[in-house]
Write a protein that binds this ligand. Structure first.
Ligand code: MG
Length: 167
C-alpha cells in the first residue's frame, strides 16, 4: 500500500549584526553594500533561516546543533554548502519542498533589484522551481535596531511534502 501523503511546515528566523567591510550575502547572492553581517560563517541570514525552517519541517536538529559555531570547520563557510547538506538529509527522509516564503528585514540597501536573483538561487539550492519560492523585503521604518541598520534579519517558512508527487 502506498505511504499516506504527509505535508509539513517549518519556520526559521535569523539575525546578524551589520559591520563595515564584510560582504553582504543574502540567499547566496552578493549584494553590493559597504557593510555586511558579522558572523562565524558568511552570515547569510536567508539561508540560515531557511535551514531552520527545513529542519523544523523535516524533524531535524536546528542549525546550531547541525553546524556548531564552535567548530572551526564552519568558520567563514559558504552557507550554500550548509543548505546543500541539509537538503540531502531532507531528501533522504523522502521529503520534497512544496514552497518557501521568505521575508528579509533590512533597512538598507534597497533589495528590490536583487529579489529575482535571490529567488532563483534559493530555488536552485532547494532543488525546486522559482515559482515555488517567494522573496519579500521589508524595512523597519527606522524603528528598532533593524530600522537603524544595525542588523539584518530573515524570517522563512517552508513546506515539505512526502508520499505523493508534490502537487
Ligand atoms: Mg546565522
Amino acid at each position: 500500500m502506498p505511504e499516506k501523503a504527509i505535508h509539513r511546515v517549518g519556520i526559521g528566523t535569523d539575525l546578524h549584526r551589520m559591520v563595515p567591510g564584510r560582504p553582504l550575502v543574502l540567499g547566496h547572492v552578493e549584494v553590493p553594500f559597504d557593510q555586511g553581517p558579522a558572523g562565524h560563517s558568511d552570515g547569510d541570514v536567508v539561508l540560515h533561516a531557511l535551514i531552520d525552517a527545513l529542519a523544523g519541517a523535516a524533524g531535524l536538529p536546528d542549525i546550531g546543533e547541525m553546524f556548531p559555531d564552535s567548530d572551526p570547520a564552519y568558520a567563514g563557510i559558504d552557507s550554500g554548502r550548509l543548505i546543500e547538506q541539509v537538503m540531502q538529509r531532507v531528501r533522504a527522509l523522502g521529503f520534497a519542498p512544496v514552497n518557501a516564503d521568505v521575508i528579509i528585514h533590512a533597512e538598507r540597501p534597497r533589495l528590490s533589484p536583487y529579489k529575482a536573483a535571490i529567488r532563483d538561487e534559493v530555488a536552485r539550492l532547494l532543488g525546486t522551481d522559482p515559482d515555488r519560492v517567494s522573496i519579500k523585503a521589508k524595512t523597519h521604518e527606522g524603528v528598532d535596531a533593524l530600522g537603524r541598520g544595525q542588523a539584518v534579519a530573515c524570517t522563512a517558512i517552508v513546506s515539505l511534502g512526502r508520499g505523493q508527487p508534490v502537487p
